[in-house]
Design a protein around this ligand. Structure first.
Ligand code: PLP
Length: 381
């Protein structure tokens, strides 16, 4: 057996022929930026997200930067304002905010959902708190009544980092499972990095929001700050999505339901078949639909388990081995103690889910079940 954690060639194979034709059309068109393919992709995203506006951008980090910058340019946030962010997220969630001068306040996750512990949000509130960034980590929606009440009571913006959860759903005001992540808060950042559930053949991202003033600012900022040709209302950036990526993404977005279904099937097999007291399986947040960007198990013997799986030909990954607050670039990040985040970083292990077959996932589950304390070396115990 040789099962990589993710095989991008295999993942894209069903779309490869259609993609090659679309790429040839873009080349032949001679039109590479700000064209009809980006417009079509934005229309498709908007339609999928209940009519919210979509601005196609260069990548997920830029989507977050542009949201932060647009809130500042439109006067709704200012440098120094505090944003509560889950401490166990991918570092890009933070970079997009701190680079724009916002202050990140790292908050502990719930060790079961691996998302922000919404019961503890009050601990991080100060007179300077202006926003919460929810990250739907691993494809699991971070959304519940406590979060909504906390944001409303304290007049906070909710920014969604939806890089890992396109197509996931959460209940809003009792509408069970009917709202897509990316439309739950005030503005959302999407990533189409090649390994994401809908991946481009390079970098790409998007901002989705029902706030048309914000969308307008994001659109201008992504294009040098110009609202129309040779007219600059801001000193902006160059964060555009190109026509080639838009053409690729339009193809894949048509098949998002099958992609989600495929991942759910594998997650169901893992849920059903993995049974080992040394392993904790992930759980979806009640009232939401998970899209399984990653299937992240936990074990106190993570490193030994990973080595054991490697020996059996099973590739795994660690999301994420070092939390942002322990990175050399963030030594100045002030934060309360984060013992849960730090423990999770030593226990989490991501199993193959994006490109495995049901048969392979059954083999992986059986192999996991055969991992026993007997297989641990002295140092692991
Ligand atoms: C991938 C990712 C990003 C960054 O997206 P890029 O397109 O790689 O810039 C941001 N946040 C999270 C949670 C991600 O997983």
């Amino acid at each position: 057996m040789n099962i990589p954690h993710l095989d991008l060639k295999k993942l894209n194979a069903p779309y490869a022929e259609e993609m090659k034709r679309a790429a040839a059309e873009v080349i032949d068109s001679g039109w590479f930026l700000n064209g009809k393919r980006v417009a079509e992709f934005e229309r498709q995203m908007s339609e999928m997200h209940g009519g919210a506006e979509c601005v196609a951008v260069s990548n997920g980090l830029d989507a977050i930067r542009l949201i932060a910058s647009a809130y500042i340019k439109t006067g709704r946030l200012k440098p120094g304002d505090e944003v509560i962010v889950p401490a166990n997220t991918y570092i890009a969630s933070l970079i997009g905010l701190t680079e724009m001068g916002l202050t990140v306040v790292s908050a502990e996750p719930d060790p079961i959902t691996l998302n922000l512990d919404t019961n503890r949000l009050g601990e991080y509130l100060t007179p300077r708190t202006r926003a919460v960034m929810v990250v739907h980590l691993y494809g699991n929606p971070c959304w519940d009544r406590q979060l909504m009440d906390f944001a409303t009571e304290n007049n906070l913006l909710i920014i969604e980092d939806n890089a890992q959860a396109i197509g996931a759903q959460a209940a809003v005001n009792g509408l069970n499972g009917s709202c897509l992540t990316g439309t739950l808060g005030h503005a959302a950042a999407f990533s189409f990095y090649p390994t994401k559930n809908i991946g481009a053949l390079g970098d790409a991202g998007a901002v989705v929001t029902h706030d048309s003033e914000l969308a307008k600012a994001v659109r201008a900022l992504a294009n040098y700050g110009s609202d129309r040709r040779y007219h600059n209302i801001y000193t902006g950036y160059n964060c555009r999505m190109d026509e080639l990526q838009a053409a690729m993404l339009t193809i894949k977005l048509h098949h998002i339901d099958e992609e989600i279904e495929r991942r759910n099937k594998i997650a169901d097999i893992y849920d059903r078949e993995i049974a080992n007291p040394l392993i904790v399986k992930p759980s979806a947040t009640p009232g939401t639909t998970h899209v399984w960007h990653q299937y992240v198990i936990r074990s106190a013997h993570r490193d030994a388990l990973r080595e054991y799986l490697t020996d059996k030909g099973i590739g795994t990954d660690i999301h994420y081995p070092t939390p942002p607050h322990l990175q050399p670039c963030y030594t100045d990040l002030r934060h309360a103690p984060l013992p849960i985040t730090e423990r999770l970083a030593t226990e989490e292990l991501s199993l193959p889910i994006g490109s495995v077959t049901p048969e392979e996932s059954t083999y992986i589950a059986t192999t996991l079940n055969n991992f026993t304390a007997r297989l641990l070396s002295f140092e692991d115990i």
